[in-house]
Design a protein around this ligand. Structure first.
Ligand code: FAD
Length: 589
């Protein structure tokens, strides 16, 4: 294909986010089966259009008119009411009506069974181009549905599940209240108490310190029964409805107090607050003292939703940067003509492509596991924490640099980079910080031997690569895969303190090697399918930056002119002839 003319757009809005993002489209086509893709593609196109038009505009308005909590009415009675701007309700109708949650749980029109969770993530990706904050309640709604589908029993939980996965006006949202003031990372420090009433009904008393989507119709909360052991193994999981009794038929509030909303830096569209549970009615999910285990299923999906929002922020910021760089003139030329700006945009595009490929591959593995493939579990355990850790940090970097590319305007609230950077900054914090996720990778290696499927998957991806255009890149990744295996083996023999000290280095190495092998394989597939070596170029650049050793001069003397030679291909999606990337050996005289 010819290069996209980003100069023909005024900004990264009022465009179709699906049509313009060829990286995302390639990933969707790769992780869905052909029949799933045939069904999904027109819907993603339609959703990409409405998000690019209506949802994006609404999101800016909502950011300036965030939700307000009215804990009491005029007479001092508790009412726990959150007031939203009407445009937030419109965004909710659009997203839930498009099946963003429902389609992955119940067969949508035109299909016999539900779509895989990768489709849910793909829809979240498009939504996050416009409003990463709103993706938080959407992803928690999906996460609660996942947990209740697997472990929920009884009429209340059944009826709640049905409403979570509804497409029409009956649709309700979910949330999760884990964090207490004394511990977010250390969930085992939870002190909230759950006392048995009858059947599955309990009364919960305690304080939850960070509660996003505070007024969801029902919330999953962790609490401890009176004689339960300390730590995570003593935690049980409860559904705490907003209203009491039959949760859907009465206006009587549950016994809890929405104390105040946090005054946050970003994700303004979702209200995050503090909740006092004052003997609130909760319904036990599954069995007592297995709550943390159930919650980890939700957390894995939330962490991938987080990664999806991260890569979507990168995509939106990159789009804004490309459009600005094509239109803005300085010193007599569009700024995209200057070598340093070409290099900036090439490397941002490669970062986005790498992070998107990794995230959707982790999504594919999680979806396979949730569809019943137990073999996928160990690989998923290694991939998910790394996806969440690395993409969140990358998204902050990309949003920050895109702001700089927009110059002074980028720092001003009239331009979306202002909101994107604020929204991005929470992504490394919630759902597990960078350190906590790196430690989780160590746990996956130790308790699941996750290095075995991880190294095997990297190997399998590399084995599929045979085109000469990828030969040199492949050999660097092969060597790096050996180094990764050696690093994991070395850590396994070290004491725990040393392993923790190196955990983040290891998580970075896992991301770099896994992504490099994946991009090589995708590069090979693109050459096979369409005789286009653009993704092979992306793989080459990623490997050069992350896996190739540079000398003391940091590569300055290497004569690297990649960004000048391949700007149109990498940044503007122009096709590349594979033969042009193969060095022709000089003929012997
Ligand atoms: C906007 C927002 C919305 C949120 N919404 C929700 C929600 O809806 N539900 C919910 O349950 N929670 C929510 N949270 C809470 C969030 O998940 C926690 O803030 C997060 O998990 C970190 O926990 P903490 O704040 O207690 O920090 P801590 O756990 O005290 O961590 C502080 C620092 O210590 C580091 N650290 C901790 N332990 C270790 C260790 N062993 N080794 C090395 N470093 C370590 C962490 O990496 C971090 O940098 C939200 C947070 C925010 C900011």
């Amino acid at each position: 294909m010819g290069p996209i003319d980003y100069g023909s757009f005024e900004a990264g809005r009022h465009v179709n986010y699906f049509d313009l993002d060829h990286t995302f489209r390639r990933e969707v086509a790769r992780v869905l089966d052909d029949d799933e893709h045939d069904w999904a593609e027109p819907r993603l196109h339609e959703f990409g259009e409405v998000v690019g038009q209506t949802v994006a505009d609404n999101a800016d308005t909502v950011d300036d008119h965030g939700p307000e909590l009215h804990t009491y009415d005029a007479h001092g009675n508790v009412q726990n009411e959150v007031e939203y701007h009407p445009k937030q309700y419109e965004n909710e109708r659009i997203a839930y009506g498009a099946g963003i949650v429902a389609d992955a749980f119940e067969a949508p029109p035109g299909r016999e069974g539900p779509m895989p969770l990768t489709h849910h993530l793909a829809m979240e990706y498009l939504l996050s181009y416009a409003d990463p904050g709103f993706t938080c309640p959407v992803s928690m709604t999906g996460g609660v549905a996942l947990v209740l589908d697997k472990y929920g029993e009884g009429d209340v939980l059944d009826s709640y599940y049905e409403r979570l996965v509804a497409r029409d006006g009956d649709c309700v949202e979910g949330a999760m209240f884990l964090t207490e003031e004394q511990g977010g990372s250390d969930v085992g420090a939870n002190e909230t108490i759950a006392e048995h009433v009858e059947g599955r009904e309990y009364e919960l008393t305690g304080e939850k310190w960070f509660c996003s989507n505070i007024d969801a119709e029902g919330t999953l909360a962790l609490a401890r029964t009176p004689d339960a052991p300390d730590g995570t193994k003593g935690l049980s999981l409860f559904l705490v409805p907003h209203t009491k009794g039959d949760a859907w038929e009465t206006d009587e509030l549950n016994d809890q107090l929405y104390r105040r909303l946090k005054d946050k830096l970003g994700t303004i569209s979702v209200p995050t607050g503090e909740v006092e549970l004052q003997g609130a009615t909760g319904y036990l999910v599954g069995e007592e003292e297995r709550g943390f285990k159930y919650m980890t299923d939700m957390l894995n999906l939330e962490r991938l939703s987080n990664a999806t929002a991260s890569v979507a922020i990168m995509g939106r910021c990159l789009l804004e940067a490309k459009v600005h760089a094509a239109n803005r003139e300085a010193f007599g030329s569009p700024i995209q003509e200057y070598p340093l700006m070409k290099r900036d945009l090439v490397d941002m595009a490669v970062d986005h492509e790498a992070a998107t490929a990794y995230t959707f591959d982790a999504g594919r593995v999680l979806a396979e596991r949730e569809a019943g493939d137990d073999e996928a579990y160990r690989l998923m355990r290694a991939l998910v924490p790394v996806a969440k850790y690395r993409t969140a940090r990358m998204s902050v970097d990309t949003a920050s640099y895109a702001m700089e590319i927009l110059g002074g305007n980028g720092y001003v609230n009239d331009f979306v980079t202002h909101r994107m950077l604020r929204d991005a900054q929470v992504l490394p914090i919630w759902e597990g910080t960078s350190n906590i996720l790196s430690l989780d990778l160590l746990r996956a290696l130790e308790s699941e031997d996750a290095h075995e499927p991880l190294l095997a998957e990297i190997r399998a991806n590399l084995d599929a690569v045979e085109h000469p255009a990828l030969a040199e890149t492949k050999s660097v990744v092969e060597s790096a895969n050996g180094d990764l295996g050696a690093a994991m083996a070395a850590l396994a023999t070290e004491d725990g303190e040393y392993a923790q000290l190196q955990a983040k280095e290891l998580a970075d190495l896992v991301f770099d090697v896994y992504t490099a092998a994946l991009l090589c394989r995708e590069g090979q597939a693109e050459i096979d399918e369409s005789d286009d070596a653009r993704t092979a170029l992306v793989a080459e650049r990623f490997v050069d930056r992350h896996l190739r050793e540079s000398g003391g001069d940091r590569g300055i003397g290497d004569g690297d002119r990649f960004a000048l030679a391949h700007f149109d291909s990498v940044v503007r999606y122009e096709s590349v002839d594979p033969a042009s990337l193969v060095d022709v050996a000089p003929a012997d005289d």
